[in-house]
Design a protein. Structure first.
Length: 132
């Protein structure tokens, strides 16, 4: 009985580890690759320029770069379609620290994921397009 439980436990741990590896491997490694990935998924992408990133970095320790992707339009009622904002930090620790300090300010219904050094937020489809 012990061996059966042990083998089942090892199998579950292996499945979890492989799943985690797949998700971590999905995030782009830099801003240029992230932009290309979203454009391939038919998003209009705006990469934040260096001056804006430096200004944002005053309040976001470890921020390296950021971009915004929109698949739809901005109308009088707000965003119509899917969107994603992705911020690249120096480390996963910096991304997580920023999220923890600001999670109460995230609008209800916004999907947020941390993947490696990326903090990604937006609609579920937008986040999935970035990470998928």
């Amino acid at each position: 009985i012990f061996m059966k439980k042990f083998i089942k436990g090892c199998g579950l741990m292996l499945a979890f580890a492989l799943t985690a590896l797949v998700f971590v491997g999905c995030a782009p490694s830099n801003i240029e690759k992230a932009k290309a990935k979203l454009e391939k998924a038919e998003y209009t992408v705006e990469v934040y320029d260096e001056a804006l990133v430096q200004l944002m970095a005053e309040d976001m320790e470890g921020l390296v770069g950021a971009l915004y992707g929109l698949k739809g339009s901005i109308g009088t009622e707000g965003i119509e379609g899917d969107y994603v904002t992705a911020m690249l930090f120096e480390s996963k620790k910096a991304a997580k620290a920023y999220y923890e300090a600001n999670k109460d300010e995230i609008p209800e219904g916004t999907t947020v994921e941390i993947s490696g050094k990326w903090l990604v937020s937006g609609t579920e489809a937008g986040v999935k397009a970035f990470l998928g």
